[in-house]
Design a protein around this ligand. Structure first.
Ligand code: AVJ
Length: 318
């Protein structure tokens, strides 16, 4: 098994930066923890479990769009691109498209290094003819692509509506930067979750089994590890709901009692009922999703949705 070319420079100076970022967001007037910290190894596994829940429609709805319109999508894209998988996770989505899109290079990019490494090594054994690289990087503030990533015909693959974690302004900026890293034949294949009935959204982010609750609460364990904090998970409660005014699902962790949290370099008191904002997941109308991509400079677009128009897959040419 050859070792895969990889680049860990995103991790080299992580701890000081991470500590500063967490300290700042925990001390802010509205306390927050960035959703990127949801994905330690256990968080990745919990997210995989979320994707199997009846209530969590995005994964299977997106998959149904690829299943139904795969031939169309493949025709629009053509074979032989360099596929850059943003937030690759277990790489399952990309892998399921290999036989359709026939990429000649595959670059898996994700913040969770160990989880990603296992995923890519497994995948490389299944598809030895595809050149594969892994890049463990927090790309939320921009993407640094090393020289082993081919410049020609890049296809940014950003499925699952992860773009929803950004505000629309941040999303435009991020997409504009991705576009700037494309040549004239570059493109983006993105999955965007659409606005729908709020009961459906509420259930998807507050499921009956409590898997999403565990996923959200797990961020406290991760922060304990990253910042030497002393969060007691039992003192916190999961909240997940659709905020229609801002067109986003929000996740929060709410203090069940008055408590104090300490971390390396800081401390904060929380009164019972006070909360920490852990995630936004923006939902777009189809026209707004297209508008977002236009704002970012993308030109020709193809849009595919499911029959209920719950989710959109969009192919946008740079
Ligand atoms: C991975 C960001 C697309 O927003 O739906 C799932 C994360 N949060 N359940 C989403 C998530 C709660 C997910 N994304």
């Amino acid at each position: 098994m050859p070792t895969l070319p990889q680049n860990d420079f995103g991790r080299a100076h992580a701890s000081a930066d991470v500590l500063a970022e967490l300290g700042e967001s925990l001390s802010a007037r509205d306390a927050a923890i960035s959703p990127k910290f949801l994905y330690d190894a256990l968080g990745c596994k919990l997210f995989e479990s979320i994707c199997e829940l009846a209530e969590y429609y995005p994964t299977r709805t997106e998959a149904s769009i690829f299943a139904r319109h795969g031939a169309d999508i493949a025709r629009a894209i053509g074979a032989g691109s360099a596929m850059l998988d943003l937030g690759a996770g277990n790489c399952a989505k990309a892998a399921s498209l290999f036989s359709l899109l026939h990429p000649s290079q595959y670059v898996a990019i994700d913040i969770s290094h160990d989880f990603l490494r296992e995923s890519v090594e497994r995948l490389h054994q299944r598809f030895p003819h595809i050149e594969m690289n892994l890049l463990s990087q927090d790309f939320s503030n921009g993407l640094a692509l090393p020289a082993f990533v081919r410049k020609e015909r890049r296809l940014f693959f950003y499925p699952g509506s992860s773009i929803g974690n950004f505000t629309p302004e941040q999303a435009t900026l991020f997409l504009r930067r991705a576009r700037a890293q494309c040549d004239a034949d570059g493109a983006l294949l993105i999955g965007i979750d659409l606005v729908k009935d709020s009961a459906v959204l509420d259930a998807a982010y507050d499921d009956a089994l409590g898997v999403t609750a565990a996923f959200n609460l797990n961020v406290l364990r991760h922060v304990n590890h990253l910042a030497g904090a002393d969060f007691d998970v039992r003192q916190w409660r999961h909240r997940g709901f659709f905020n229609a005014a801002d067109s986003r699902v929000e996740m929060h962790l709410e203090a069940r009692e008055d408590l104090t949290v300490n971390w390396q370099g800081g401390t904060r008191r929380f009164a019972r009922g006070q909360s920490i904002h852990t995630e936004n997941s923006y939902k777009y109308k189809q026209s707004a999703a297209v508008g977002l991509l236009e704002q970012a400079g993308f030109q020709t677009m193809n849009v595919w949705t499911d029959p209920d128009a719950w989710f959109a897959v969009i192919y946008a040419r740079a």
